[in-house]
Design a protein around this ligand. Structure first.
Ligand code: CA
Ligand code: CA
Length: 270
């Protein structure tokens, strides 16, 4: 499972480039991504003067028949582009926090080999009658919207991208589970509320580690992510025992020291 999931996550950006290239072969052609929920309708439009270049990226949000927001979005470079790969090529318009008011999620990719993707989340403020923007960075990965606990509100099912390149090359990096909820302008890391999902995720990482070892990788990246998942479960001691039994290479003391330091810096070891 983890292998498949990792592959899917790692191929998202490739897909993004491929699909946009395929759709937008005509220079300068304007394209749109749109979505709607209740009385809120949102649309991103952009032009593509050259391959991989994007211009005039605009977001428009119409609420109850009134255009509340219509503006050109700042781009970090001309390669900074809207993507729909996390959301089936739709612009998600949905109530993320249960206050009956839909939010708008606009996803972007800054361009590059993997990095970086980010979301701009727009929430309507009924006092100022304006949309307020929250930006969330996903790094090399992304997310899927899923109602993981069936309470009617979607979670952002993701992974901790700080583990990319932390102990090994990108392709051999593993990632702990990370789940986010949006509430009133803030993204909240709620991963620890899902121990069953974390336990499944840890098992998948261990399986991926085993497969990586069989293919000649030292498995450092996957063991690191596994141990982080174990800390999320409050099973750090057991995690260390298994990691220390598994990793026997000559640099093990240095690896364990680096790993402990990293898990401290990233907040897994409190
Ligand atoms: Ca809402
Ligand atoms: Ca939920």
């Amino acid at each position: 499972m983890k292998t498949i999931r990792t592959l899917i996550n790692q191929s998202l950006i490739g897909l993004a480039i491929l699909s946009i290239t395929a759709v937008l072969s005509q220079p300068g052609r304007a394209e749109t991504i749109a979505g709607q929920s209740g009385n809120v309708r949102a649309q991103i439009s952009y032009e593509k003067p050259e391959e991989y270049q994007y211009k005039n990226v605009r977001l428009r949000i119409v609420r109850a028949g009134q255009t509340i927001l219509d503006k050109k979005l700042p781009q970090e470079s001309e390669y900074d582009r809207p993507i729909g790969e996390f959301t089936d090529n739709k612009l998600p318009v949905l109530d993320l926090d249960g206050n009956k008011e839909p939010e708008v999620i606009a996803d972007f990719f800054t361009g590059g080999a993997h990095c970086c993707t980010y979301s701009l989340i727009y929430q309507y403020n009924s006092k100022s009658k304006q949309y307020i923007q929250t930006r969330h960075e996903w790094g090399n990965g992304g997310y899927r919207l899923k109602d993981l606990d069936k309470d009617g509100l979607p979670e952002f099912d993701s992974q901790d991208d700080r583990f990319a390149y932390a102990f090994t090359a990108y392709a051999a990096s593993g990632y702990p589970l990370q789940i986010w909820q949006y509430h009133q302008g803030k993204m909240i890391d709620v991963t620890r509320r899902y121990p069953k999902l974390i336990a499944n995720h840890a098992s998948e990482l261990w399986q991926t580690y085993t497969e990586a070892r069989q293919q000649g990788d030292d498995g450092k990246g996957f063991l690191a992510a596994y141990l982080a998942d174990k800390y999320l479960l409050g099973q750090g001691q057991d995690g260390w025992k298994r990691v220390q039994q598994a990793y026997k290479k000559s640099d093990r003391n240095q690896y364990f020291a680096d790993l402990r330091k990293f898990l401290g810096e990233t907040g897994y070891i409190k």
